[in-house]
Design a protein around this ligand. Sequence first.
Ligand SMILES: O=C(O)C1=C[C@@H](OP(=O)(O)O)[C@@H](O)[C@H](O)C1
Ligand SMILES: C=C(OP(=O)(O)O)C(=O)O
Length: 446
Amino acid sequence: MAPNTAETALWPAPHASGAVDATVHVPGSKSVTNRALVLAALASEPGWLRRPLRSRDTLLMAGALRAMGVEIEETVSSSSSPATGPDRAGEAWRVLPTGLHGPATVDVGNAGTVMRFLPPVAALADGPIRFDGDPRSYERPLNGVIDALRVLGARIDDDGRGALPLTVHGGGALDGGPVSIDASSSSQFVSALLLSGPRYNQGVEVRHVGSSLPSLPHIRMTVDMLRAVGAQVDTPESGGEPNVWRVTPGALLGRDLTIEPDLSNAQPFLAAALVTGGKVLIPDWPARTTQPGDRLREIFTEMGGSCELTEYGLEFTGSGAIHGIDVDLGEVGELTPGIAAVAALADSPSTLRGVAHLRLHETDRLAALTKEINELGGDVTETSDGLHIRPRRLHGGVFHTYEDHRMATAGAIIGLLVEGVQIENVATTAKTLPDFPDLWTGMLGA
Ligand SMILES: O=C(O)C1=C[C@@H](OP(=O)(O)O)[C@@H](O)[C@H](O)C1
Ligand SMILES: C=C(OP(=O)(O)O)C(=O)O
């Protein structure tokens, strides 16, 4: 695995001179924004997204839907709720679902949500939709979506690898019905089929037949958001069969939705409080959420901090101690890089389990974390489904990011305590958090 960009784009990760004490307004959730865009595009009436995330992944989603004929207007929010963020908090997107048309070309970048959620939408368009993306997108699994769509009645041209690039020949409608998939490599296969399911003639019944199923909170997020726009969804949790989700055909409502802050993107800021023995307030932390980042309250508490959820948001306080952890992250895999970074700074070893599927994320995250932490003097070994991390005294050096936003933020966490860490291509954080360098230096009072 070679570092992917020239070492010229190096960002000196700021070193913390003391305990941080900051309020950080974290932009909207990627996962909620991209589901909301898809559901609004499939609705039978206009809808609003307030405080949407504007990042590479969500702009690719909006651009793809526009390419298929959906109107998405930029507008200033007319919401009466006060804007709490310092910038852009009042902006909104108004989505006018004016039909899904081909031919069109979609750039998925390296966004799992775009490459998995949109082929099922494209099957409803009235012409061919071509999907292409970054080189890494060709390597990320898509077979669960492609095979399922064929069973449900779609015509798809691909090169037979079960991956991008491909063309979905939309026929204006899709039969739908029951389908079995192995979603052990990505929960997004299940979410993708459920999101478009209400618009299929027979709805959809998705049965997961693989071994394990990662990222269950993200499937719950899909189900919750479908129900919020009027879809009828039966789930294992609502008394249905294990591993089976059923969506009834029906029209979707246009809603007015304010997007929650991205709790996984809050992770590096909470980690900063934890590792410096400081304090960080994240305003607007939801009292109830399906976002996996909510698990950080428990995980980072076990690693040495404490937190309080108040009307102002989540206040997280470090104690000065950083403990190792033995944890199964299968449900919250996207938190792994940030937890690994904290674990490398801890006072005892850690074992992170249940995340073999991270080898197929933005990069092979298990290999990348092992290599980059070890090159700073760490002692990390890969297991079959995770990492063993034995803390060592680390030194400065280049932290490569492999076009992975969460590698960049993981390196920044280490840089708080280790002088001389340089993050290669910090701009890769634009995938979900373009403001990261400014928010980070702002948190440090620079
Ligand atoms: O549905 C979603 O929004 C996501 C699901 C998860 O994917 P996997 O199940 O592929 O890990 C997660 O890691 C990703 O960041 C976002
Ligand atoms: C795995 C991630 O992204 P994607 O939506 O591209 O799968 C992530 O953000 O950690």
